[in-house]
Design a binder for this molecule. Structure first.
Ligand code: TRP
Length: 336
């Protein structure tokens, strides 16, 4: 398995929930950067399926969503030979350390998590204990691998901050046990906004499906969504104040083609928004086309997927067991 993990590169850990839809925003804002990080860091990635049941899941679509997320990540360029990429529930140390960390996390701290407050309002009929202790499981994910850095979006920054506090607290009681992880702030990560309300982040939970583009959307659907994108009445393809819609489209075009906003403005000088929207749609279709092709190959090759997630889980189990044993010894457990 990955030789590279033995070297002195820094360790990155990150995970995503198997939500069913990976949007262009997820891809350009996060996923594509993970792919690039694989050479410079020892990356360890997971599909966070334990986290996912804090909200109710339909068993059939849940199983499919986990596999789809796995295949899509491979299709985007995550290489499990380089970066172990496993399914969280396959590695039992996560649930075990999460229980332990729960006992070193305060009720008050968890009560202050904004995601808990938001989600318990949204799912008022199912405010379960898992939703409340979700951040301790996330802390376990990260601390098990002694991660140096964790790429997270703004919505997860508070959880990472809590992870650091839990680790420092544990180290304070028992001596140095956990590496204190730093957030990874990407220099290139584009923030992709809704196509219908560009003041909001692109999100697949938005009821208006025209506001987001999924990586697996068909080309004609992608084109339609871009053609309907909200713009302004100025009709000049140039970054400007009060032009959130166009700024967002320029941002997407720039992220996909590598051209700067200025180069794009020059290229589309004198052209209308209609032409520009079509061009952005086409550029996105070209970007996702090879990903979609690879996704179809992977999802139809179950044996390959199974082989990859098995190997990665085995590797992750060994590595994480070192940390878990250390933790259990320090607490005073009788080692079996
Ligand atoms: N909670 C994260 C999210 O919903 C996913 C996640 C689980 C994660 N464990 C993690 C992210 C560890 C970073 C590190 O997006």
């Amino acid at each position: 398995m990955p030789e590279t993990v033995q070297e002195k590169k820094k360790v990155i850990f990150s995970a995503i929930q198997p939500s069913g839809t990976i949007t262009l925003g997820n891809y350009l804002g996060a996923l594509r950067n993970w792919v690039k990080l694989q050479d410079d860091y020892n990356c360890i990635f997971a599909v966070a399926d334990l986290h996912a049941i804090t909200v109710r899941q339909d068993p059939k679509s849940f199983r499919q969503n986990i596999l789809n997320a796995y295949a899509l990540f491979l299709a985007c360029g995550i290489d499990p030979e380089k970066s172990p990429f496993f399914i969280q529930s396959h590695v039992h140390t996560h649930a075990e350390l999460a229980w332990i960390l729960n006992c070193y996390t305060q009720f008050g701290e968890l009560s202050r998590m904004t995601q808990f407050k938001d989600k318990s309002q949204k799912h008022a009929d199912n405010v379960n204990a898992g939703l409340f202790t979700y951040p301790s499981l996330m802390a376990a994910d990260i601390l098990l691998y002694q991660a140096d850095v964790v790429p997270v979006g703004v919505d997860q920054k508070q959880h990472l901050e809590l992870t650091r506090n839990i680790a420092e607290r544990f180290n304070g009681i028992y001596g140095n046990t956990f590496k204190i992880p730093e957030p990874y702030i990407s220099q290139v990560g584009a923030k992709i906004m809704s196509l219908q309300d560009p003041a909001k982040k692109m999100s697949k939970s938005d009821e208006n499906s025209n506001s987001w583009v999924a990586i697996l959307d068909k080309p004609d659907v992608i084109m339609k969504k871009f053609k309907r994108a909200v713009t302004d009445s100025e009709a000049v393809v140039k970054v400007g104040e009060g032009k959130d819609g166009i700024n967002n489209l320029i941002g997407i075009m720039s992220a996909v083609t590598g051209k700067t906003a200025d180069e794009i403005a020059i290229e589309f000088e004198g052209k209308g928004y209609g032409d520009f929207k079509t061009a952005v749609g086409e550029a996105v279709v070209e970007e996702v086309r090879p990903i979609q092709e690879r996704f179809n190959d992977y999802i139809n090759n179950k044996d390959y997927l199974v082989e990859q997630y098995h190997k990665s889980a085995e590797f992750a189990l060994k590595l994480s067991q070192r940390t878990l044993s250390k933790v259990m010894k320090k607490i005073g457990y009788v080692i079996p």
